[in-house]
Design a protein around this ligand. Structure first.
Ligand code: PLP
Length: 229
């Protein structure tokens, strides 16, 4: 199956469920992204700033780029002018830098807070207490150039479906609680980014609004960057 076929089939599968597709194009060439674009895909995810900027420069400007990996504060400036969503914000310090760079670019940048749900110690993200502390902090409340539009999480890399299911369920319950406590009147707080190629059907059953799919669309990657950085 071609990339275009994969995009079309996935759209048929998930769009009726009101779930957005983020095509994760990391490590894949610009030509692959263009093929997905030609098949109608507009949202793409990358996890490396340099690769993201290079692709942004070469590809159509109506693409909505998501940064899905860990972001270092000193690199925010490179993506601040054009990024559509920063999916993996995991500290107040990073959020402050995003706010600062967004102000410089005279815009508001949408962000998801990454929550740590996996039973592994290699993944980034806030735990429950850190999440609450961030949302209650004066520093956060003073920020005018960022908008938290939801939460993001990565489940444990395991074959045990029940575990994955429980982790996504936990994130959905947390999402609903955070919505009620902090964003009740804010309609923009509505995204729950969870689910990758191996677990997206479980994630959708548990209430995902945004799945991040790489290998299902573009084929296997040689190196799984996200495990190393
Ligand atoms: C690489 C990556 C994905 C996509 O992974 P696949 O298994 O290829 O679908 C999704 N989310 C994040 C954060 C990633 O780094």
């Amino acid at each position: 199956m071609s990339i275009a076929d994969n995009i079309k089939n996935l759209k048929l599968e998930i769009e009726p469920l009101k779930v957005q597709l983020v095509a994760v194009s990391k490590t894949k060439p610009v030509g692959d992204v263009q093929e997905a674009y030609n098949a109608g895909q507009r949202i793409f995810g990358e996890n490396q700033v340099q690769e993201l900027v290079e692709k942004y420069e070469k590809l159509p400007k109506d693409i909505q780029w998501h940064l899905i990996g860990h972001l270092q504060t000193n690199k925010v400036k490179y993506i601040a002018p054009f990024i559509s969503l920063i999916e993996a914000v995991d500290s107040l310090k990073l959020l402050q830098e995003i706010n600062k760079q967004a102000l410089k670019n005279n815009r508001v940048i949408d962000c998801l807070l990454q929550v740590y749900i996996a039973d592994e110690d290699t993944k980034f993200g806030l735990d429950y207490a850190e999440l609450i502390e961030l949302l209650r902090s004066e520093e956060y409340l003073a920020m005018k150039n960022i908008r938290i539009t939801g939460l993001m999480g990565i489940a444990t890399n395991t074959d045990i479906e029940k575990q994955i299911n429980d982790e996504f369920h936990e994130l959905k319950v947390l999402f609903d609680g955070i919505k009620l406590s902090f964003f009740r009147k804010e309609e923009y707080f509505k995204e729950l980014s969870m689910g990758m190629s191996s677990d997206y059907t479980i994630a959708i059953q548990q209430g995902s609004t945004m799945v991040r799919l790489g290998s299902t669309i573009f084929g296997q990657r040689v190196i799984k960057h996200w495990k190393n950085n």
